[in-house]
Design a protein around this ligand. Structure first.
Ligand SMILES: Nc1ncnc2c1ncn2[C@@H]1O[C@H](COP(=O)(O)OP(=O)(O)OP(=O)(O)O)[C@@H](O)[C@H]1O
Ligand SMILES: [Mg+2]
Length: 283
């Protein structure tokens, strides 16, 4: 569409969580590093939670990619645990690791434990990533709790990262047996004005462009109307660039961002007060 006009090879603001377009803000960097630490230390369970569209799936995909490149790790990712029962969940996990389930739930658990124990003895680190984990039922979380009992005196045989919307933290609050086993919590929230600008610049360059076309005032407007939420930033940036392109303008100005936000109905939402990410305060 507008790629040629702005000297781009691709659209910079697609809303699919493509790891190539991931800009490591301090909160994303920290969440990723902590997940890697838990996985490498065989520490058990890490939780990443946050507002809608803040980058959880992007982190999950990057983590999956990084772990898959490492021959000592065997990684499985469940994109949505939209299953009816805990047994279906267990079978899904086993299928991801290519382990044949048994007829009963208990026998399947025993089979998977044997697999995890054997993997550990061969220095293979098993890692399970579950995105959209706020959809997990208490019974599925009980399966997670049992997985965390697959362990030696010093290490877990299966490392687990659950990523989900804020409700995930609330769900865990109600299940102390699982919550007490969480080794690391990480929260994602709105970006700062500076991160918003850097993310736009990064994505523009990742798409093959040079200097992005947003004026500083346009970036102020974009930050305010997107509330610093990465998915809203991408949608609003894309729509704003389309407006500039239609006007054959090499610059994106605040009025274009305002008009784009109207089109996307973002101006209907009250802006959030910019807050310190919950993550930062937990350091
Ligand atoms: N660190 C980042 N750098 C660049 N783009 C990002 C970053 N984080 C998120 N985005 C972009 O924001 C959008 C939403 O990201 P993502 O799908 O990862 O969010 P999410 O937290 O999983 O959302 P949901 O709560 O709806 O599942 C995507 O377009 C993604 O590319
Ligand atoms: Mg997601």
């Amino acid at each position: 569409m507008y790629q040629e006009f702005y000297g781009l090879a691709e659209i910079p603001f697609s809303i699919s969580p493509d790891p190539r377009y991931m800009f490591l803000t301090s909160q994303h960097k920290e969440a990723l590093a902590k997940c890697q630490y838990i996985v490498n230390q065989k520490g058990g369970l890490a939780i990443i939670y946050g507002d809608v569209g803040t980058g959880k799936t992007t982190i999950a995909r990057r983590l999956f990619q990084l772990l898959r490149e490492d021959p000592n790790q065997e990684v499985a990712m469940i994109v949505t645990p939209d299953l009816k029962t805990d047994t279906a969940f267990l079978r899904r996990v086993m299928a991801e690791f290519k382990v044949q389930p048994k007829r009963s739930h208990a026998a399947s658990l025993a089979e998977f434990q044997a697999y995890a124990t054997q993997a550990f003895s061969k220095d293979k680190n098993l890692v399970l990533l579950v995105d959209e984990a706020q959809q997990m039922t208490p019974n599925m979380l009980e399966v997670i709790r049992i997985f965390l009992n697959f362990e030696s005196d010093t290490a877990k045989f299966l490392q687990i990262v659950l990523l989900g919307q804020n409700e995930l933290a609330a769900i865990l609050d109600k299940i102390p047996a699982v919550k007490s086993r969480v080794t690391m919590f990480g929260a994602l929230s709105s970006l700062t004005r500076e991160d918003t600008e850097q993310m736009i610049a990064f994505r523009w360059q990742a798409a093959g462009g040079q200097q992005h076309p947003f004026t500083p005032e346009a970036l102020d407007t974009l930050f305010r109307l997107s509330r610093g939420l990465p998915r809203e930033i991408c949608k609003l940036s894309n729509e704003s660039v389309i407006r500039a392109f239609v006007k054959e303008s090499k610059e994106v100005t605040p009025d274009m961002v305002e008009a784009a936000a109207k089109e996307l109905r973002l101006d209907q939402i009250k802006p959030n007060k910019q807050k310190e990410p919950a993550y930062a305060s937990k350091r």
